[in-house]
Design a protein around this ligand. Structure first.
Ligand code: HMG
Ligand code: MG
Length: 328
């Protein structure tokens, strides 16, 4: 992006030199849209995000389509993405390292994903009992049992496995969530064979001290920053502060969503994720590498906002979109 569209750099030695962004907009964002976005638009969104330098783009979910009709076209989206994936495989540079992970709750979902050639999946557990029932139609324990064969089969096939843990910082039905519950679910998922855990603030209520405390509790249980990612929704406007705090505690993988798309249809009061643009702007100013071309990313979010017929909630998207219009 042009120099004048980036902040001046004031390095923060307490932050990592490079952050890996796990873009979740096409999945976490579009699963919550009141209207169903056409598969062609979804595939173009993923392609544009990859073109903006995001090398990990969570693409869709292979869940029960009657639960999430917004993503019922997962197979079609993957068919449309075949040229992008082929270009990646054929190129030594270009899209090298491209990953298009998907959510998979059970063996039927894994089978569907495998038949599309998916190489990275994510299961999604809950730290609380109520959300497990609302989101997965079973108890927290039964949900973990549902995931165990998914993780085992995927790993045996050389498929990468991430595990989300939702409601790590608060639950709209149960209120405060004991750290010990989060730690226990994290331990089970790692024992199962998950390679990375993403700590979800599903309803965006976390504050910075709580982030430090949970990461400390996990570290005491032997679960260090290298195994963790953070996933903050921005309901209370704290997602960026919480993310920067997590980075200063050693986290190097961050989930975010282009233009701040997002939410969860099964968690009341869940709004969009941390906007990828807000993250990239802050990290650019701190001298942290992300590999993202912020101009192309903003153009993509403006394009997507036009498709959804409403403006992006991201302040950085709005500010930079106005500037880009001034200096095309
Ligand atoms: P269930 O209804 O209990 O499933 O749903 P079931 O096993 O009893 O099967 C019922 C029917 O669904 C059967 O069909 C199955 O074949 C079919 P029938 O025999 O009635 O014709 N079915 C499937 N079809 C296609 N693909 C599948 C599949 N599975 C079953 N994978 C289930 C249980 C887990 C499937 C359901 O609850 C579900 O799909 N939940 C997904 C909910 C979801 O996607 N939530 C949003 C993602 S989580 C999130 O956003 C949080 C996160 O962002 C982190 C954070 O912010 O905290 C990740
Ligand atoms: Mg989420």
């Amino acid at each position: 992006m042009d120099g004048e569209l980036l902040p001046p750099v004031h390095p923060r030695p307490d932050l990592p030199g490079r952050v890996r962004i796990w873009e979740v907009g096409p999945r976490d964002g579009l699963q919550n849209e009141p209207s169903i976005v056409p598969a062609e638009v979804k595939a173009e969104l993923v392609t544009r995000l990859v073109g903006a330098g995001l090398s990990t783009v969570e693409t869709t979910s292979f869940v029960n389509p009657s639960w999430v009709p917004q993503l019922a076209d997962a197979e079609e989206v993957f068919t449309l993405l075949a040229p992008l994936r082929a270009a990646h495989e054929a190129s030594a540079s270009g899209h090298a390292g491209l990953r298009l992970p998907v959510l998979v709750p059970n063996l039927p979902g894994l089978e569907r994903a495998r038949s599309c050639g998916v190489r990275d999946v994510a299961v999604f557990a809950s730290a609380t009992e109520t959300f497990a029932r609302k989101n997965l139609n079973r108890s927290r324990e039964d949900a973990l049992e549902m995931f165990a064969p998914v993780v085992a089969e995927a790993r045996a096939d050389g498929i990468g496995v991430r595990a989300y843990v939702s409601m790590c910082f608060g639950d709209p039905w149960e209120g405060a969530v004991p750290e010990s519950d989060v730690v226990a679910v994290c331990e089970r998922l790692l024992e199962m064979g998950a390679e990375e855990l993403s700590l979800g603030d599903t309803i965006g209520v976390a504050t910075t001290g709580q982030v430090v405390d949970l990461l400390d509790a996990l570290a005491r249980a032997g679960i260090g920053a290298a195994q963790l990612a953070v996933h903050f929704h921005d309901t209370y406007g704290q997602a960026l502060a919480n993310t920067l705090t997590a980075l200063s505690c050693g986290i190097t993988t961050v989930d975010s969503s282009a233009g701040g798309l997002g939410g969860c249809p099964f968690a009341k009061s869940a709004t969009g994720n941390l906007a990828t643009e807000d993250l990239c702007w802050a990290l650019a100013g701190a001298g942290v590498e992300t590999g993202v071309d912020l101009r192309r990313l903003v153009e993509t979010s403006v394009w997507m906002a036009d498709r959804l017929a409403r403006p992006s909630p991201s302040r950085v998207v709005r500010a930079l979109a106005a500037k880009t219009k001034e200096s095309p």
